[in-house]
Design a protein around this ligand. Structure first.
Ligand code: TYM
Length: 376
Protein backbone atom coordinates (compact mmCIF):
# COMPACT_ATOMS: atom_id res chain seq x y z
CA UNK A 1 0.00 0.00 0.00
CA UNK A 2 1.34 3.38 -0.85
CA UNK A 3 3.17 5.81 1.34
CA UNK A 4 3.68 9.55 0.99
CA UNK A 5 7.47 9.89 1.03
CA UNK A 6 8.96 9.11 -2.41
CA UNK A 7 12.40 8.08 -1.15
CA UNK A 8 11.22 6.03 1.79
CA UNK A 9 11.88 2.29 1.44
CA UNK A 10 8.64 0.40 0.86
CA UNK A 11 8.75 -3.38 0.43
CA UNK A 12 5.39 -5.14 0.33
CA UNK A 13 4.11 -7.96 -1.91
CA UNK A 14 2.47 -5.27 -4.06
CA UNK A 15 4.94 -2.42 -4.05
CA UNK A 16 8.73 -2.03 -3.86
CA UNK A 17 10.05 1.51 -3.79
CA UNK A 18 13.06 3.56 -2.72
CA UNK A 19 16.55 2.27 -1.98
CA UNK A 20 16.19 -1.24 -0.62
CA UNK A 21 18.18 -1.76 2.58
CA UNK A 22 18.49 -5.54 2.84
CA UNK A 23 20.10 -5.52 6.29
CA UNK A 24 17.19 -3.53 7.58
CA UNK A 25 14.71 -5.96 6.00
CA UNK A 26 16.39 -8.86 7.76
CA UNK A 27 15.94 -7.03 11.07
CA UNK A 28 12.42 -5.77 10.46
CA UNK A 29 11.05 -8.96 8.90
CA UNK A 30 12.85 -11.08 11.49
CA UNK A 31 14.62 -13.36 8.98
CA UNK A 32 18.13 -14.84 9.24
CA UNK A 33 21.14 -13.89 7.09
CA UNK A 34 22.51 -16.69 4.89
CA UNK A 35 25.74 -17.55 6.67
CA UNK A 36 28.96 -18.99 5.22
CA UNK A 37 28.29 -22.12 7.24
CA UNK A 38 24.86 -22.62 5.76
CA UNK A 39 26.20 -22.02 2.26
CA UNK A 40 28.85 -24.68 2.86
CA UNK A 41 26.14 -27.09 3.94
CA UNK A 42 24.16 -26.39 0.81
CA UNK A 43 27.29 -26.84 -1.27
CA UNK A 44 27.84 -30.26 0.27
CA UNK A 45 24.50 -31.35 -1.26
CA UNK A 46 24.77 -29.61 -4.61
CA UNK A 47 28.48 -30.06 -5.34
CA UNK A 48 29.03 -26.39 -6.23
CA UNK A 49 27.61 -23.11 -5.06
CA UNK A 50 25.10 -21.72 -7.48
CA UNK A 51 26.05 -18.35 -9.01
CA UNK A 52 23.17 -16.67 -7.18
CA UNK A 53 24.55 -17.88 -3.85
CA UNK A 54 28.19 -17.06 -4.65
CA UNK A 55 27.17 -13.53 -5.56
CA UNK A 56 24.90 -13.16 -2.50
CA UNK A 57 21.83 -12.56 -4.63
CA UNK A 58 20.10 -14.84 -2.16
CA UNK A 59 20.87 -13.29 1.18
CA UNK A 60 18.37 -14.34 3.81
CA UNK A 61 16.31 -17.32 4.93
CA UNK A 62 14.03 -18.86 7.47
CA UNK A 63 14.51 -22.46 8.62
CA UNK A 64 16.73 -23.49 5.71
CA UNK A 65 18.91 -25.16 8.36
CA UNK A 66 15.90 -27.07 9.72
CA UNK A 67 14.99 -28.24 6.23
CA UNK A 68 18.54 -29.50 5.65
CA UNK A 69 18.59 -31.22 9.08
CA UNK A 70 15.40 -33.07 8.19
CA UNK A 71 16.72 -33.89 4.72
CA UNK A 72 19.85 -35.41 6.22
CA UNK A 73 17.64 -37.62 8.38
CA UNK A 74 15.65 -38.76 5.37
CA UNK A 75 12.69 -36.34 5.28
CA UNK A 76 12.50 -34.72 1.89
CA UNK A 77 11.06 -31.27 1.24
CA UNK A 78 9.02 -29.78 -1.56
CA UNK A 79 9.69 -26.53 -3.37
CA UNK A 80 7.04 -23.87 -3.69
CA UNK A 81 7.11 -20.64 -5.63
CA UNK A 82 4.77 -18.63 -7.87
CA UNK A 83 3.76 -15.73 -10.02
CA UNK A 84 1.05 -13.07 -10.01
CA UNK A 85 0.18 -13.01 -13.71
CA UNK A 86 -0.77 -9.39 -14.36
CA UNK A 87 1.26 -9.08 -17.57
CA UNK A 88 4.24 -10.61 -19.35
CA UNK A 89 7.11 -12.08 -17.34
CA UNK A 90 10.22 -9.89 -16.96
CA UNK A 91 13.76 -11.11 -16.43
CA UNK A 92 13.61 -10.19 -12.71
CA UNK A 93 10.99 -12.90 -12.20
CA UNK A 94 13.37 -15.43 -13.72
CA UNK A 95 15.90 -14.88 -10.92
CA UNK A 96 14.17 -16.98 -8.22
CA UNK A 97 12.88 -19.47 -10.82
CA UNK A 98 16.38 -20.21 -12.12
CA UNK A 99 17.48 -20.93 -8.57
CA UNK A 100 14.39 -23.04 -7.92
CA UNK A 101 15.28 -25.18 -10.92
CA UNK A 102 18.80 -25.62 -9.56
CA UNK A 103 17.30 -26.92 -6.30
CA UNK A 104 14.86 -29.18 -8.13
CA UNK A 105 17.73 -30.68 -10.15
CA UNK A 106 19.98 -31.30 -7.16
CA UNK A 107 17.48 -32.42 -4.55
CA UNK A 108 15.13 -34.20 -6.97
CA UNK A 109 12.12 -32.55 -5.33
CA UNK A 110 8.63 -31.62 -6.39
CA UNK A 111 7.84 -28.02 -7.20
CA UNK A 112 4.40 -26.56 -6.57
CA UNK A 113 4.03 -23.38 -8.59
CA UNK A 114 1.08 -21.08 -7.91
CA UNK A 115 -0.34 -18.80 -10.62
CA UNK A 116 -2.33 -16.19 -8.72
CA UNK A 117 -4.78 -14.80 -11.28
CA UNK A 118 -7.23 -14.27 -8.39
CA UNK A 119 -4.73 -12.13 -6.43
CA UNK A 120 -3.97 -9.91 -9.40
CA UNK A 121 -7.69 -9.48 -10.12
CA UNK A 122 -8.43 -8.44 -6.53
CA UNK A 123 -5.61 -6.00 -5.90
CA UNK A 124 -6.17 -3.67 -8.84
CA UNK A 125 -9.51 -2.14 -9.87
CA UNK A 126 -8.36 -2.04 -13.49
CA UNK A 127 -7.49 -5.73 -13.80
CA UNK A 128 -10.03 -8.00 -15.48
CA UNK A 129 -10.19 -11.60 -14.30
CA UNK A 130 -10.16 -13.14 -17.78
CA UNK A 131 -6.98 -11.20 -18.65
CA UNK A 132 -5.19 -12.36 -15.49
CA UNK A 133 -6.19 -15.95 -16.19
CA UNK A 134 -4.91 -15.69 -19.76
CA UNK A 135 -1.60 -14.22 -18.59
CA UNK A 136 -1.35 -17.15 -16.16
CA UNK A 137 -1.15 -19.64 -19.04
CA UNK A 138 1.23 -17.36 -20.97
CA UNK A 139 3.51 -16.91 -17.93
CA UNK A 140 3.59 -20.67 -17.36
CA UNK A 141 5.36 -20.96 -20.75
CA UNK A 142 8.24 -18.91 -19.32
CA UNK A 143 8.54 -21.22 -16.35
CA UNK A 144 8.51 -24.35 -18.52
CA UNK A 145 11.05 -22.79 -20.91
CA UNK A 146 13.58 -22.78 -18.06
CA UNK A 147 13.67 -26.57 -18.15
CA UNK A 148 11.71 -27.73 -15.10
CA UNK A 149 10.98 -31.45 -15.03
CA UNK A 150 7.34 -32.16 -15.91
CA UNK A 151 7.14 -35.20 -13.62
CA UNK A 152 8.21 -33.07 -10.66
CA UNK A 153 6.44 -29.78 -11.46
CA UNK A 154 2.85 -28.98 -10.56
CA UNK A 155 1.39 -25.66 -11.68
CA UNK A 156 -1.71 -24.48 -9.84
CA UNK A 157 -3.93 -21.95 -11.65
CA UNK A 158 -5.86 -20.52 -8.74
CA UNK A 159 -9.23 -19.81 -10.34
CA UNK A 160 -9.30 -23.03 -12.33
CA UNK A 161 -8.01 -25.19 -9.48
CA UNK A 162 -9.70 -23.57 -6.50
CA UNK A 163 -11.52 -26.82 -5.63
CA UNK A 164 -8.13 -28.29 -4.71
CA UNK A 165 -7.22 -25.31 -2.53
CA UNK A 166 -10.41 -24.22 -0.86
CA UNK A 167 -10.60 -26.55 2.14
CA UNK A 168 -7.03 -25.72 3.21
CA UNK A 169 -7.58 -22.00 2.55
CA UNK A 170 -10.55 -22.10 4.93
CA UNK A 171 -8.53 -23.87 7.65
CA UNK A 172 -5.85 -21.21 7.30
CA UNK A 173 -8.22 -18.22 7.12
CA UNK A 174 -10.11 -19.32 10.22
CA UNK A 175 -6.94 -19.09 12.30
CA UNK A 176 -5.74 -15.65 11.24
CA UNK A 177 -7.48 -12.66 12.77
CA UNK A 178 -8.30 -9.53 10.85
CA UNK A 179 -6.08 -7.54 13.18
CA UNK A 180 -3.04 -9.74 12.38
CA UNK A 181 -3.74 -9.48 8.64
CA UNK A 182 -4.15 -5.71 8.85
CA UNK A 183 -0.91 -5.31 10.79
CA UNK A 184 0.96 -7.58 8.35
CA UNK A 185 -0.36 -6.24 5.06
CA UNK A 186 -1.47 -2.68 5.90
CA UNK A 187 -5.12 -3.28 4.97
CA UNK A 188 -7.34 -0.23 5.21
CA UNK A 189 -11.09 0.43 5.44
CA UNK A 190 -11.18 0.77 1.67
CA UNK A 191 -9.50 -2.62 1.05
CA UNK A 192 -11.93 -4.99 -0.64
CA UNK A 193 -13.06 -8.13 1.15
CA UNK A 194 -11.54 -10.49 -1.42
CA UNK A 195 -8.08 -9.04 -0.88
CA UNK A 196 -8.40 -9.40 2.89
CA UNK A 197 -9.18 -13.14 2.56
CA UNK A 198 -6.70 -13.74 -0.26
CA UNK A 199 -3.47 -14.30 1.74
CA UNK A 200 -5.00 -17.58 2.96
CA UNK A 201 -4.88 -18.79 -0.66
CA UNK A 202 -1.16 -18.05 -1.06
CA UNK A 203 -0.56 -20.13 2.09
CA UNK A 204 -2.18 -23.27 0.65
CA UNK A 205 0.61 -24.65 -1.57
CA UNK A 206 2.86 -24.73 1.52
CA UNK A 207 0.64 -27.55 2.75
CA UNK A 208 -0.92 -29.15 -0.31
CA UNK A 209 1.62 -31.95 -0.66
CA UNK A 210 0.14 -33.75 2.34
CA UNK A 211 -3.36 -33.64 0.87
CA UNK A 212 -2.10 -35.00 -2.45
CA UNK A 213 0.30 -37.69 -1.23
CA UNK A 214 -0.22 -38.24 2.49
CA UNK A 215 3.42 -37.22 3.17
CA UNK A 216 3.95 -34.44 5.70
CA UNK A 217 7.14 -32.66 4.58
CA UNK A 218 8.19 -29.02 4.79
CA UNK A 219 8.00 -26.62 1.86
CA UNK A 220 11.01 -24.49 0.94
CA UNK A 221 10.12 -21.26 -0.84
CA UNK A 222 12.66 -19.46 -3.05
CA UNK A 223 11.34 -15.96 -3.79
CA UNK A 224 12.31 -12.31 -3.47
CA UNK A 225 11.81 -10.86 -0.02
CA UNK A 226 8.69 -8.91 -1.06
CA UNK A 227 6.64 -12.10 -0.55
CA UNK A 228 7.74 -12.49 3.04
CA UNK A 229 4.61 -11.09 4.77
CA UNK A 230 2.65 -14.06 3.41
CA UNK A 231 5.06 -16.49 5.03
CA UNK A 232 4.98 -14.75 8.39
CA UNK A 233 1.27 -15.36 8.83
CA UNK A 234 1.51 -18.84 7.33
CA UNK A 235 4.31 -19.87 9.68
CA UNK A 236 2.25 -18.69 12.66
CA UNK A 237 -0.56 -21.15 12.00
CA UNK A 238 1.24 -24.07 10.27
CA UNK A 239 1.84 -26.18 13.35
CA UNK A 240 -1.68 -25.60 14.69
CA UNK A 241 -2.88 -27.30 11.51
CA UNK A 242 -0.42 -30.18 11.84
CA UNK A 243 2.08 -29.07 9.18
CA UNK A 244 5.74 -28.06 9.19
CA UNK A 245 6.41 -24.34 9.14
CA UNK A 246 7.28 -23.39 5.56
CA UNK A 247 10.94 -22.37 5.08
CA UNK A 248 12.16 -19.56 2.87
CA UNK A 249 15.22 -18.47 0.98
CA UNK A 250 15.01 -14.84 -0.11
CA UNK A 251 16.59 -13.14 -3.12
CA UNK A 252 17.35 -9.49 -3.76
CA UNK A 253 15.57 -7.56 -6.49
CA UNK A 254 16.97 -7.21 -9.97
CA UNK A 255 16.71 -3.43 -10.39
CA UNK A 256 14.85 -1.75 -13.23
CA UNK A 257 16.75 0.17 -15.88
CA UNK A 258 15.87 3.50 -14.22
CA UNK A 259 17.09 4.94 -10.93
CA UNK A 260 16.21 2.93 -7.77
CA UNK A 261 13.49 0.34 -7.06
CA UNK A 262 13.08 -3.16 -8.46
CA UNK A 263 12.35 -4.16 -12.03
CA UNK A 264 8.62 -3.73 -12.20
CA UNK A 265 6.20 -4.26 -15.07
CA UNK A 266 4.38 -1.08 -14.08
CA UNK A 267 7.29 0.82 -15.67
CA UNK A 268 7.66 -1.04 -18.96
CA UNK A 269 10.45 1.11 -20.42
CA UNK A 270 12.72 0.16 -17.50
CA UNK A 271 11.85 -3.49 -17.72
CA UNK A 272 13.06 -6.30 -20.02
CA UNK A 273 10.18 -8.65 -20.79
CA UNK A 274 10.93 -12.17 -21.95
CA UNK A 275 8.90 -11.45 -25.07
CA UNK A 276 10.75 -8.23 -26.02
CA UNK A 277 12.26 -8.03 -29.51
CA UNK A 278 16.02 -7.41 -30.00
CA UNK A 279 15.37 -3.79 -31.08
CA UNK A 280 13.27 -3.07 -28.01
CA UNK A 281 15.95 -4.56 -25.74
CA UNK A 282 18.62 -2.40 -27.39
CA UNK A 283 16.54 0.74 -26.99
CA UNK A 284 15.69 0.08 -23.33
CA UNK A 285 19.30 -0.70 -22.41
CA UNK A 286 20.57 2.30 -24.33
CA UNK A 287 18.34 4.56 -22.22
CA UNK A 288 19.32 2.90 -18.93
CA UNK A 289 20.71 4.71 -15.92
CA UNK A 290 24.39 3.90 -15.32
CA UNK A 291 25.52 6.67 -13.00
CA UNK A 292 28.43 7.32 -15.39
CA UNK A 293 30.24 10.65 -15.44
CA UNK A 294 29.18 13.72 -17.43
CA UNK A 295 31.90 13.37 -20.09
CA UNK A 296 34.06 10.56 -21.47
CA UNK A 297 37.21 12.46 -20.49
CA UNK A 298 36.08 12.79 -16.89
CA UNK A 299 35.11 9.11 -16.72
CA UNK A 300 38.44 8.00 -18.21
CA UNK A 301 40.11 10.02 -15.44
CA UNK A 302 38.01 9.18 -12.38
CA UNK A 303 36.25 5.94 -13.35
CA UNK A 304 32.64 5.06 -12.47
CA UNK A 305 30.77 3.17 -9.77
CA UNK A 306 29.43 -0.24 -10.85
CA UNK A 307 27.46 -0.63 -7.62
CA UNK A 308 25.00 2.07 -8.72
CA UNK A 309 24.99 1.02 -12.39
CA UNK A 310 21.91 -0.89 -13.54
CA UNK A 311 23.80 -2.40 -16.49
CA UNK A 312 26.43 -3.90 -14.21
CA UNK A 313 23.70 -5.45 -12.05
CA UNK A 314 22.37 -7.30 -15.10
CA UNK A 315 25.78 -8.84 -15.72
CA UNK A 316 25.95 -9.71 -12.03
CA UNK A 317 22.49 -11.30 -11.77
CA UNK A 318 22.10 -13.04 -15.10
CA UNK A 319 24.40 -12.25 -17.99
CA UNK A 320 27.98 -12.95 -16.91
CA UNK A 321 28.47 -16.50 -15.74
CA UNK A 322 32.22 -16.20 -15.32
CA UNK A 323 33.19 -14.68 -11.93
CA UNK A 324 36.63 -13.65 -13.16
CA UNK A 325 35.24 -11.79 -16.15
CA UNK A 326 32.72 -10.08 -13.93
CA UNK A 327 35.37 -8.83 -11.53
CA UNK A 328 37.52 -7.66 -14.47
CA UNK A 329 34.59 -5.66 -15.80
CA UNK A 330 34.13 -4.15 -12.35
CA UNK A 331 37.79 -3.16 -12.10
CA UNK A 332 37.90 -1.72 -15.60
CA UNK A 333 34.79 0.33 -14.89
CA UNK A 334 36.18 1.71 -11.62
CA UNK A 335 39.47 2.63 -13.27
CA UNK A 336 37.81 4.37 -16.23
CA UNK A 337 39.24 1.88 -18.71
CA UNK A 338 35.78 1.07 -20.11
CA UNK A 339 32.99 3.55 -20.59
CA UNK A 340 29.24 3.05 -20.23
CA UNK A 341 28.73 2.89 -24.00
CA UNK A 342 30.77 -0.30 -24.20
CA UNK A 343 28.67 -2.10 -21.57
CA UNK A 344 25.50 -0.74 -23.14
CA UNK A 345 26.54 -2.30 -26.41
CA UNK A 346 27.52 -5.66 -24.95
CA UNK A 347 24.58 -6.21 -22.62
CA UNK A 348 21.81 -6.24 -25.28
CA UNK A 349 23.84 -8.81 -27.24
CA UNK A 350 23.89 -11.09 -24.18
CA UNK A 351 20.25 -10.48 -23.36
CA UNK A 352 19.16 -11.07 -26.95
CA UNK A 353 21.14 -14.31 -27.24
CA UNK A 354 19.42 -15.54 -24.09
CA UNK A 355 15.98 -14.33 -25.19
CA UNK A 356 16.26 -15.87 -28.67
CA UNK A 357 16.72 -19.32 -27.06
CA UNK A 358 14.18 -18.66 -24.34
CA UNK A 359 11.54 -17.50 -26.83
CA UNK A 360 12.00 -20.68 -28.88
CA UNK A 361 11.61 -22.89 -25.82
CA UNK A 362 8.67 -20.78 -24.69
CA UNK A 363 6.80 -21.46 -27.94
CA UNK A 364 7.59 -25.16 -27.73
CA UNK A 365 6.21 -25.23 -24.20
CA UNK A 366 2.70 -24.65 -25.58
CA UNK A 367 2.68 -28.35 -26.52
CA UNK A 368 3.56 -29.52 -23.01
CA UNK A 369 1.61 -27.01 -20.89
CA UNK A 370 -0.92 -29.61 -19.80
CA UNK A 371 1.80 -32.00 -18.58
CA UNK A 372 2.70 -29.42 -15.92
CA UNK A 373 -0.84 -28.74 -14.72
CA UNK A 374 -1.50 -30.03 -11.23
CA UNK A 375 -4.66 -31.75 -12.47
CA UNK A 376 -3.05 -33.51 -15.42
P1 TYM B 1 5.20 -11.73 -8.60
O1 TYM B 1 4.50 -12.07 -9.87
O2 TYM B 1 5.16 -10.31 -8.14
O3 TYM B 1 6.70 -12.16 -8.70
C1 TYM B 1 7.07 -13.47 -9.10
C2 TYM B 1 8.39 -13.83 -8.42
O4 TYM B 1 9.43 -12.94 -8.79
C3 TYM B 1 10.00 -12.28 -7.66
N1 TYM B 1 10.36 -10.94 -8.15
C4 TYM B 1 11.63 -10.55 -8.37
N2 TYM B 1 12.81 -11.18 -8.16
C5 TYM B 1 13.94 -10.51 -8.49
N3 TYM B 1 13.93 -9.26 -9.01
C6 TYM B 1 12.79 -8.60 -9.24
N4 TYM B 1 12.80 -7.37 -9.76
C7 TYM B 1 11.55 -9.24 -8.91
N5 TYM B 1 10.25 -8.89 -8.99
C8 TYM B 1 9.54 -9.95 -8.52
C9 TYM B 1 8.91 -12.33 -6.62
O5 TYM B 1 9.41 -12.25 -5.31
C10 TYM B 1 8.30 -13.69 -6.89
O6 TYM B 1 9.09 -14.70 -6.31
N6 TYM B 1 2.00 -13.17 -4.95
C11 TYM B 1 3.07 -13.62 -5.85
C12 TYM B 1 2.75 -14.95 -6.54
C13 TYM B 1 3.02 -16.14 -5.65
C14 TYM B 1 4.29 -16.51 -5.12
C15 TYM B 1 4.07 -17.66 -4.33
C16 TYM B 1 5.57 -15.96 -5.28
C17 TYM B 1 2.11 -17.04 -5.17
N7 TYM B 1 2.73 -17.96 -4.38
C18 TYM B 1 5.12 -18.29 -3.69
C19 TYM B 1 6.63 -16.58 -4.65
C20 TYM B 1 6.39 -17.73 -3.85
C21 TYM B 1 3.38 -12.56 -6.89
O7 TYM B 1 2.55 -11.74 -7.22
O8 TYM B 1 4.66 -12.68 -7.43
Amino acid sequence: MSSEDKDEMVVTPWEVRGKVDYERLIREFGTQPLTEELLKRLESFTGELHLQLRRELFFSHRDLDTVLDLYEKGTKFVLYTGRGPSGPVHIGHLVPWIFTKHLQDHFDTRLYFQMTDDEKFLIDDENKLEDMTRYGFENALDLIALGFKPENTFIIYDVQDIDLLYDIALEVAKRITYSTARATFGFQDSTNLGWVFWPAVQAVPCFIHKKLTGENVPALIPAAIDQDPYWRITRDIAQKLGYHKPAQIHNRFLPGLGIGGKMSASEPETCIFTTDTPEVVKRKVWNAFTGGKGTATEQRKTGADPTICTIFQYFLYLFEQDDKKLSEREKRCRSGEILCGECKKELPERINTFLAEHQKKREKARDTLEKFHIKR
